[in-house]
Design a protein around this ligand. Structure first.
Ligand code: C5P
Length: 385
């Protein structure tokens, strides 16, 4: 931690990192201790906090070496303009800067400063030098700043830093690829107040979008209505009906390398939705509704000449293997992911079986994010070079 008002947010970040299973050693510059106390950081990390290069608590008196030797990464948050300048030039005049120079692990830097400081050519030069040196810069974001100004230089929020740190450690299996996908339910209007929809929560699709992004893909997620926040770094295209989803997917399909259809698309829509709320006093007490089929988005993408490599999902309630393989053949796709709808819809865990030209491959039951990461690895392994 270096000196900046954003230090108060690092209390929350340390808490979230430890909740996710990380061991966090906090090292503060002297300036950082003016914004938040080492006592707070020690209580939240559950470990001693280091500040002083002459701290004698390490038996060999080499905190600048020992602190990073077991570490998987050093994260500077917040990173002041001054500290970035020191890093860019290799200065080592306090414990934190010395430790960064002496580290043997990746360095992640989270800039936090006033917009003029961030835009200053000197800071931009230092940021470029750090990137060239293999340092990962997280953010900065832009928005309201503590000084009352608005612009870039604002530190990312703790949950964004957490997501970026977790993503940093995922293998970049889809670097340079564009993955287009659908998720969530579609909702077909019956009248201005009623909808025909389904129980899809979007959790599997959103987990897959996150996993694909973590794996380095550019991700476009065409999503039906869900309660889920957009996964970090993913372009979300919100839609409501199957026809809107079809249109949005077709508009992006030509640029995509991979298409994954996770959405639970309504098979039928109402042919004659009413412009006024339907009354129950209508003909025979039943609504005068007619159905018509929706376009099959996945089948249409699979038919595109030079289209993306397609993955489908099949949620079945029985005879999974039989239905799933038949569906894969019918849609003409190389990979289909089957699961039992009654076990996975709305649940936090999932159990997938993959169907491809080689047969069926059951994957272990797992929380949806873990299963999604595994599926991304399976997709990456099958992609044409
Ligand atoms: O045809 P069925 O709905 O059983 O197939 C499921 C797979 O096809 C899923 O991947 C789903 O997202 C996709 N699908 C689609 N458009 C539809 C129906 C299903 O993309 N209209």
């Amino acid at each position: 931690m270096t000196g900046g008002i954003a230090c108060y947010k690092i209390a929350e970040l340390v808490r979230r990192l430890t909740e996710q299973g990380a061991t966090v050693d906090v090292v503060m510059t002297e300036a950082a201790t003016h914004f938040i106390t080492p006592v707070t950081m020690q209580a939240l990390s559950g470990r001693p906090v280091f500040i002083d290069a002459w701290d004698a608590r390490m038996s060999n008196n080499m905190a600048h070496i020992d602190l990073t030797r077991g570490a998987h990464a050093v994260l500077i948050a917040p990173a002041s303009a001054d500290f970035m300048a020191k890093l860019a030039h290799g200065l080592a005049d306090d414990l934190l800067s010395t430790l960064c120079l002496a580290r043997a692990c990746p360095l992640l830097v989270t800039p936090a400063m006033n917009r003029e400081m961030w835009d200053n050519p000197a800071t931009q030069r230092n940021a470029a030098q750090l990137r060239a040196d293999g340092v990962t810069l997280l953010g900065p974001g832009s928005g309201n700043q503590a000084c009352g100004e608005t612009g870039s230089g604002r530190m990312l929020e703790p949950q964004e830093i957490l997501a970026d740190v977790i993503a940093f450690f995922q293998p970049k299996l889809l670097a340079g690829r564009h993955l287009l996908m659908t998720a969530g339910p579609t909702s077909e209007p019956i009248d201005p107040v009623r909808l025909l929809t389904n129980r899809s929560s979007g959790k599997t699709g959103y987990a897959l979008a996150r996993a694909a992004r973590e794996a380095g893909a550019r991700v476009t997620l065409v999503s039906g209505a869900t309660d889920l926040p957009a996964p970090r770094g993913v372009d979300v295209v919100p839609v409501v009906t199957a026809q809107q989803m079809h249109q949005a997917v077709m508009a992006h399909a030509a640029q995509a390398d991979i298409f994954v259809a996770v959405a639970a698309v309504a098979d039928w829509r109402i042919k004659n939705p009413s412009e006024q709320k339907l009354k129950k006093e209508g003909a025979g007490g039943l609504p005068p509704l007619e159905f018509e089929p929706n376009p099959d988005i996945l089948a249409d993408v699979a038919k595109l000449p030079d289209g993306p490599w397609c993955v489908g999902f099949a949620a079945e309630t029985e005879k999974l293997a039989e239905h799933a393989e038949a569906k894969r053949q019918r849609k003409g796709i190389p990979l289909l992911v089957g699961n039992l709808a009654q076990h996975v819809m709305g649940a936090d865990d999932t159990e997938m079986v993959l169907f491809d030209d080689q047969g069926s491959h059951p994957l272990p039951a797992a929380p949806k994010l873990m299963a999604a990461r595994r599926l991304i690895a399976e997709i990456a392994a099958r992609l044409p070079r």
